[in-house]
Design a binder for this molecule. Sequence first.
Ligand code: ADP
Ligand code: ZN
Length: 763
Amino acid sequence: MSGYASVIIDISAKGIDRPFEYEIPETLIESAQVGATVVVPFGKTPRLGYVIEVLAQPSRSKHQLIKAVLAEPRAFDETMASLAIWTAEKYICSVSDVIRLMLPPGRSRRLRQETSAADKEPRYSISQPQVNIKKERYARLMITADEALQAALELSRAPRQAAALRALADGPLPAHRVAAFTGASSATLRALAAKGLVALYMEDTYREPDFTYPEELPLDLQLTAEQQQALTAITGSDSGGRPFLLQGVTGSGKTEIYLRAIERVLERGQTAIALVPEIALTPQTVSRFRTRFGGKVAVLHSGLGLGERYDQWRRIRDGSYSVVVGARSAVWAPVENLGLIVIDEEHEPSYKQDRTPRYHAREVAIKRAELSRAGVIMGSATPSVESRYHADKSEYRLVKLTKRIEDRPMPTVEIVDMKSAERVGESGFFSTRLLDELSETIRRGDKAILFLNRRGFANFIICRDCGHVINCVRCNVSLTYHSRERALMCHHCGFTEPAPSVCPECGGRGIGFFGAGTERVESELKELYPDTPLTRMDSDTTTAKDAHRTKLVAFRAQTGGILLGTQMIAKGLDFPDVTLVGIINADTALNLPDFRAGERTFQLMMQVGGRAGRGASSGKVLVQTYNPDNYAIQALLTGDYDTFYEHEVTLRDALDYPPFSELINIGISATDEDAAIALANRAADLVRDKMGDGLLPSVKELLGPAPAPLSRLKNRYRWHILLKTDGDPAVKRFLRDVYGSLVPRDGRDGPALTYDVDPMSLL
Ligand code: ADP
Ligand code: ZN
């Protein structure tokens, strides 16, 4: 009997791989199943690979044999194998890149080969991973519990030894716990071991990240009528496999619906994944899940150390957890018997990975749920135009929450036109209107949140004498001044240099710092309100492990005060005593050259504004802008999503942007500008030729090639070509096929080409 397997080779080829067929030797038929890690001959050397499919019929007649199946736990099952193939096709990437997302964090990809002298057979294993299973010293009794209690009585002259014996009478304990309970040092335990009363040994253990967050969460909330209706719609009916879109205003209690829906799934003995944007994966969010589901909850996010992530992964894999809460990559979590995927803030762009493989976790989640016959709940106060459109077309089921909990009013919104506003201070980024409200809030003893989506001190350094602007040497962007370090920094590539005191161009002393960043706003606020506690949260102030959590815990506990921050504070925070939200500049996202600029701005402003008035007192949102008449800004006044959506979807339709087309952004970059242009032209010509021959009817429009808005980044010149397609996979197959002929296989400095399907950013 023989069999055949389709195997994905685990190499990081620059190109786009395909599966290779191998014959399974009879001895390996049992073990060479889907998801098995195998060793196969490939080129000159044996390679690691994964069985993606076991074939009944091979497509060719000649095959090489699989050399070995490694004694690893199965990396994925049939469902996840299908998901990997779907993802690779949808996003024009290699299956091995997708499979890597399913492997344990820190797993090595190097194959180790040993030839034993005895039988001359090579043995294969995977090289030591970057992380190991953590071991811990344990102590246990070598005698019965009764004997130990008796021995403890006789050890009255060695009270620590006696205490340790009593502690161990209840069962084995890690040595450090014995020490914590009884004060017994390791010398104490060694003394007991020498007497033959206790054995010391090493045992596998898990690293436990600290998620504690002080919040009293009622366990038995009475659902509001609206919540009850929504929950019944979601859990009570058969949606015919369609995902639910839960559109609920901020503070309407969406989380409670997720928790109840997950509860039902667990009662049926199934598991759930809850996706939360990285930025909203706050201690507060985690604690809501922990309070409800306790030790059943695993948390996956990038803030964890590699060892912590590895341990969470291992325990998910062995079934110790039934709920996984995590950011984008948690959609690949190795849970079995999946019953539900929740996607909170489904409109968040961070669900799209901005490096290969460029997948969108929301779309992958919907596919995974479909393959696993699981449910999907997507929630948002401001759904993505795409998702809402699918709901209007009845592909998703729309469920609405229109009221805040306890009928708390939505915050009132006021737009401050900065073109005509009276302003305060040297930098002029505070209107007197905003400062009046801020002073009033402080006087009442309430809290205020100020939002500015830009860190640093000043983002624009110009010489007032000669007009020279200081740009990054590697990127076509201006540098940002950070006053604490007295340094200029590039927020794209990290390039840093000391701030000059004279203009590097004309040698004059006219250097001036313009534009506002959180660091500058902080220093002005300190002068304006020296006695008010001020917390600044951006990626410069939260680099230390746990800084994020400790800052929020402190802000929550204090009376009054100001929280100033970037995006990081826009989501997942629920403080009842915040009554003012001030948006210092609503235009940063609005002015981006991207068709989603309006949508982004509306979503972000609504989200930030939603932090106001979540407690008993009502809230106010002040929006400072130079574009008061823009439709996205105007929509904030009523806060009515549907009005905004109608306007936006009409624009999209007129311009054939998503959801009316699927975009593919072909990105080209090279250290040499001419090489980038040449490659961009070749790629465009290939597609145009094919379109001209009528062979790519699914491409509706080809835009470019043109320089990307960020035309130079990290020393590379960037061009792009934008395809609007009707989503037919034929164009993707074509692009996959031509990849190799377009991109020469030379080193890392050579020209590079990337495909980005459904791009979230066209920069
Ligand atoms: P959303 O995610 O829709 O912005 P949350 O889920 O954060 O809203 O809920 C807002 C607040 O209301 C939270 O503090 C939550 O604990 C509380 N809450 C939710 N449902 C109820 C309820 N039925 N009764 C009382 N409080 C509730
Ligand atoms: Zn740079």
